[in-house]
Write a protein that binds this ligand. Structure first.
Ligand SMILES: O=C(O)C(=O)C[C@]1(C(=O)O)C=C[C@@H](O)C=C1
Length: 180
């Protein structure tokens, strides 16, 4: 009696497709990246964050965006790296994140900060395999000088209402409405 190889392959293929479709459907129904209901917590024994985690490629839950900003003391390498390192550490700590949870980080510097890329601070802090990008902020007349801003995308089980956005030093005045 020989095993029916084509039938076994077909069965295995159908099983894989079924699991993938189930994961997609479940992650889209609640707590997934397309969930527009603000702050709806996951159920106690909810398996959906795990499936969503598989889809985000991180250890956990839904992809969330976290904002932050700080002000460097001056346009020199040490000041930019020091301010950025502090900001990143606060974002990670206040939101209970590890580098495994991070999907990407986008930085901007005001046009007066040219001495160093803020991304270097992230690499020094261990974000080696995280996609990073730096850009120049819009040069709005009268805007706060020497500001490093960031946007972190991370996989997390926290509902959006519990995300802590971090504004430090002189940048604390920028978004008093959302700063944690
Ligand atoms: O959140 C900040 O860092 C701000 O300065 C505020 C603000 C905004 O108006 O929403 C302005 C400019 C930045 O590009 C991002 C956001």
């Amino acid at each position: 009696m020989y095993p029916n190889i084509p039938l076994m392959a077909l069965t295995a293929g159908l099983l894989v497709i079924t699991v993938m479709v189930a994961a997609l459907v479940l992650s889209g129904t609640s707590g997934g990246p397309h969930d527009r209901s603000p702050g709806r917590p996951a159920k106690r024994h909810d398996h959906r964050p795990v499936l969503a985690g598989l889809l985000t490629g991180t250890g956990a839950g839904t992809m969330r965006a976290i904002r932050g900003a700080t002000q460097a003391d001056g346009n020199d390498r040490d000041s930019i790296l020091e301010a950025t390192t502090e900001l990143l550490a606060e974002v990670m700590n206040r939101n209970g994140l590890t580098t495994d949870d991070i999907i990407s980080v986008l930085f901007t510097s005001t046009p007066d900060l040219t001495a160093e890329f803020p991304a270097l601070a992230a690499r020094k802090a261990g974000f080696h395999d995280v996609p990073l990008l730096c850009a120049v902020e819009i040069d709005v007349p009268g805007a706060l000088p020497r500001v490093v801003r960031l946007m972190v995308h991370a996989g997390t089980d926290r509902p959006r209402a519990q995300i802590q956005h971090v504004y430090l030093r002189g940048a604390a005045r920028l978004r008093q409405d959302i700063a944690g």
